[in-house]
Design a protein around this ligand. Structure first.
Ligand SMILES: Nc1ncnc2c1ncn2[C@@H]1O[C@H](COP(=O)(O)OP(=O)(O)OP(=O)(O)O)[C@@H](O)[C@H]1O
Ligand SMILES: [Mg+2]
Length: 187
């Protein structure tokens, strides 16, 4: 018997590089953020894309809770960036008002003094190519009503992010099976 070919569940090629989740309420999006936040170690970039009001800040709020941040997380639109202390530092960027590369460069983004810890970026699609890989890209699309279609994708090579996606997908499925949807906001 040939024992050299092992197809264990953690082989990188078998781990998902992309998952799609449907959220039907703000609390579901927050719960996703929280779950992600609980798994973060403090050196990750989470890039959020999606139109106005799609739920990027909502997801960031959950992520902050998952990182143990007690302070409320609000949109940093007018200041470009806010920093929070929890189990790990969180730097929350909003690139909505950034249009030129020169603005990004003068914003301090990429400065290691600022950037230690978890980085979450709203409107990341504006400068996605400037982000150091690997990072997790979450694209949110508006569905009808409160529905949000969220595509979570690993950009670059990262077994750790792929494992994270597998965990998130399994958790999300179990959550839906247990009825933690419309009426039961238990996270
Ligand atoms: N399933 C859902 N997930 C997230 N937010 C939802 C959902 N359904 C409805 N909403 C509503 O959509 C809005 C999302 O607002 P939020 O500030 O998070 O969006 P945003 O993507 O950060 O917008 P902006 O581009 O202006 O920063 C909130 O009013 C929230 O209540
Ligand atoms: Mg926002």
């Amino acid at each position: 018997m040939n024992h050299s070919v092992r197809r264990g569940p953690s082989r990188p090629s078998l781990l998902p590089g992309r998952i799609v989740l449907l959220s039907h309420r703000p609390f579901e999006t927050r719960a996703l953020g929280r779950r992600l936040g609980r798994h973060l170690e403090g050196n990750e970039i989470i890039a959020l894309s999606g139109p106005l009001g799609s739920g990027k800040t909502c997801l960031a709020q959950g992520l902050g809770r998952g990182l143990g941040i007690a302070q409320p997380i609000n949109s940093p639109s007018f200041v470009l960036m806010k920093r929070y202390r929890g189990r790990r530092q969180l730097t929350h960027w909003d690139w909505y008002r950034l249009n030129a590369m020169a603005d990004l460069e003068s914003s301090g983004f990429g400065d290691p003094q600022i950037e230690s810890g978890v980085i979450i970026i709203e409107w990341a699609e504006k400068f996605l190519d400037c982000l150091e890989q690997p990072f997790l890209h979450i694209e949110i699309a508006l569905g009808g009503g409160n529905t949000r279609r969220m595509v979570l994708a690993v950009r670059g090579r990262s077994v750790r992010f792929r494992r994270l996606l597998r965990e998130i997908e399994a958790w999300w499925k179990a959550r839906q099976k247990n009825g933690k949807t419309d009426t039961n906001p238990g996270h």
